[in-house]
Design a protein around this ligand. Structure first.
Ligand code: COA
Ligand code: AMP
Length: 629
């Protein structure tokens, strides 16, 4: 069967399609039906089933006689360490950590925050939490204490599992002071913390609250897998929205298992025993779905890579890892390839390695620009497959289903809608637009299994953010068009979210931080184009009247403030002081016009502008920073 038949088959009988995929999962109690629409527009999948995620990702492979198969390869060029963990070892490790958590009182439904670098123990922690039916919330290591505190208050975890440090090129990042700071800042306090000590920076533990990862597991009975209901959350993952308050995307257990298992073969063409490498971080959705869960559910080998595409130690690292470990498919963000191309445009490092094991490169997380795709195709001589998805969906909305059929690639398009997604381009009134016309990209409800049914603690925010603009549809927040062949083109976000090096960031969140500087009366943060990271945040600051301190001093303080409050991952390094911000007559800041000016793109004078002269002032100010580049 080709893609068209599979897609039409799903459309003709969505429930039958997903019930068939559900047969690949080990159920404690199988679902009696697929879709539960009683609370529409909040939909649930496989809600009456009972199941455990860790069992499906780990134990069942051991039980099937594959305990000796490698589950996790750890390759850390930044520390020089490597390790291999079999499924049997992974079962033992998760059961012991789960036993320790259970002994300390973590039970089904409790939340556990995980704040860890790219080490196998991060996956062990995620699986151990799901093993006892608790709900994890992984926080990316590049976020500062304040962001961690916000998540602690929202998720109200019983426990936090953290690494003692992360390692970035040229510096060790001690996590423990950030963790302590976050717990101090948060209103909610966890009962206890488990700290995984790394030799690069051992953390001092607070007696009675903090427990060493190894010590806490001593003499503890390994925990069995605890069944949960199909619609119980397996995790909550916070992502950027338009404000500083992140959105807690809820991932229900059963749909997550069924959908991810389907994607591994059908989208990535990965079978049990193959080596799959998602070069991302466990703190992002790509890391949840494709470093941890999907490869393990499918019985494949996943690669945990602690390093960067360049500089650890060189631009050949990716090629070494692929050839050394027999990687069949690599999944990363285009920015990683732009980084490699910048250092090694002719692919001289590539020539040193045999990439015969590798079949496909998958790209996602941000727009894949044609230059990067062409370069990757020329260098690798393999299919380069773009695909489009979001934290909210947890898996591909539009892609090229390589395990079903390799559809012709159209550069600039992540290809076509996957089964489960009825993708439409809508005009402002919610009317479907004809092929080729630009509009808001929406997905007809219900969304498929594995996608978010709601936001943690924030159902009305879920309804307002995603379901209210176009009744009957999920609003993706992306704009684009579809061609005559059903190929999608993702052009821009329709909200204040920007994408920096494949990381999703909120300009609204940065504005909230900048507005907290005592000398800043008003500000705007825009995402300007960057040849390496795709976009970079740039702040425009209006000062409180009477402030006469040097502007470069205030700018430096603002840069530090964002780094301290949001974290280095915000990559906020560009800011300028301006006299006024351009606004509409109703007071809305004209951010999109400023972006066009900074990027040197054509723009029209907005009809509703209050004072057109301000745009000249902004253009002159941006020039001082070298924009347009
Ligand atoms: N812990 C602490 N700090 C972190 C961090 C972590 N886990 N991850 C990133 N940072 C820091 C970086 O060290 C950097 O700090 P600096 O300002 O002192 O240099 C800052 O956050 C910005 O990080 P980033 O935007 O990633 O820039 P970079 O220069 O470190 O690396 C790339 C650029 C392109 C090499 C890197 O972003 C990359 O490999 N991206 C592609 C893969 C990916 O992770 N995609 C995510 C979703 S699929
Ligand atoms: P995240 O939730 O961090 O995965 O970010 C999701 C957003 O990243 C999407 O809404 C898009 O704006 C962007 N994005 C992800 N993948 C792609 C892609 N293949 N092409 C264009 N944009 C993408």
């Amino acid at each position: 069967m080709g893609y068209r038949e599979v897609y039409e088959g799903w459309k003709a009988d969505p429930e039958g399609f997903w019930m068939q995929q559900a047969e690949a999962i080990d159920w404690v109690k199988p679902p009696t039906k697929a879709l539960f629409a009683e609370n529409a527009p909040i939909y649930e999948w496989f809600a009456d089933a009972e199941v455990n995620t860790c069992w499906n990702a780990v134990d069942r492979h051991v039980e099937a006689g594959n305990g000796d198969r490698v589950a996790i390869i750890y390759d850390s060029p930044i520390t020089g360490r490597q390790a291999k963990i079999t499924y049997a070892e992974l079962q033992d490790r998760t059961a012991r950590l789960a036993g320790a958590l259970a002994t300390k009182g973590v039970v089904k439904g409790d939340r556990v925050i995980i704040y860890m670098p790219m080490v196998p123990e991060a996956l062990v922690a995620m699986l151990a939490v799901t093993r006892i039916g608790a709900i994890h919330s992984v926080v990316f290591g590049g976020f500062a204490a304040n962001e961690l505190a916000t998540r602690i208050d929202d998720a109200t975890p019983k426990a936090i599992i953290a690494g003692s440090c992360g390692i970035e090129p040229g510096r060790v990042v001690p996590y423990k002071p950030l963790l302590d700071g976050a717990i101090d800042l948060a209103r909610h306090k966890p009962d206890f913390c488990v700290i995984f000590q790394r030799p690069e920076a051992e953390a001092s533990l607070i007696a009675g609250r903090d427990f060493d990862w190894n010590a806490v597991q001593e003499g503890v009975a390994p925990a069995p897998c605890v069944p949960v209901k199909g619609n119980d959350p397996v995790y909550v993952l916070y992502t950027s929205g338009t404000t500083g308050q992140p959105k807690g995307v809820v991932r229900p257990t059963a749909g997550h298992l069924v959908a991810l298992n389907w994607t591994m073969k059908n989208i990535y063409n990965i079978d049990a025993g193959d080596v799959f490498w998602a070069a991302s971080d466990v703190g992002w959705v790509v890391g949840h779905s494709y470093i941890c869960y999907a490869p393990l559910i499918a019985g494949a080998t996943t690669l945990v890579f602690e390093g960067k595409p360049v500089g650890t130690p060189d631009a050949g690292t990716f090629w070494r890892v692929i050839s050394e470990h027999g990687v069949k498919a690599l999944f990363t963000a285009p920015t990683a390839f732009r980084a490699i191309k910048r250092v090694d445009p002719k692919g001289e490092f590539l020539a040193k390695y045999d990439l015969g094991c590798m079949d496909i490169l998958f790209l996602a997380g941000e727009r894949a620009d044609p230059d990067t795709i062409h370069w990757a195709q020329d260098m690798l001589k393999k299919p380069v497959i773009d695909h489009w998805w979001q934290t909210e969906t947890g898996w591909t909305i539009a892609g090229n289903p390589m395990g079903i059929e390799h559809l012709p690639v159209k550069i600039g398009s992540p290809t076509v809608a996957m089964p489960g997604y009825d993708v439409q381009i809508l005009d402002e009134a919610g009317k479907p637009l004809p092929a080729g016309e630009l509009g808001a990209i929406a997905v007809k409800l219900p969304l498929p299994p594995g996608t978010l049914p709601t936001l943690w603690n924030a159902e009305s925010r879920y309804l307002k953010s995603y379901l209210s603009t176009f009744p009957g549809y999920y609003e993706t927040g992306d704009a684009g068009y579809m061609d005559e062949d059903g190929y999608l083109y993702i052009m821009a976000r329709t909200d204040d979210v920007i994408n920096v090096a494949g990381h999703r960031l909120s300009t609204g969140g940065m504005e909230e931080v900048l507005a907290g500087h005592p000398d800043v009366a008003e500000c705007a943060v825009i995402g300007v184009s960057d040849p390496l990271k795709g976009q970079l945040p740039l702040g425009l600051l209006c000062l409180t009247s009477g402030v006469d301190r040097p502007h470069d001093q205030i700018v430096a303080e603002c840069v530090k403030l964002v780094r301290d409050k949001i974290g280095p991952v915000a990559a906020f390094k560009l800011a300028l002081v301006v006299d006024r911000l351009p606004k509409t007559r109703s007071g809305k800041i004209l951010r999109a016009t400023m972006v066009a000016i900074a990027d040197g793109k054509p723009w029209k004078m907005p009809a509703t502008i209050d004072d057109p002269a301000i745009l000249d002032e902004i253009a002159a100010a941006l020039k001082t920073l070298g924009y347009p580049a």
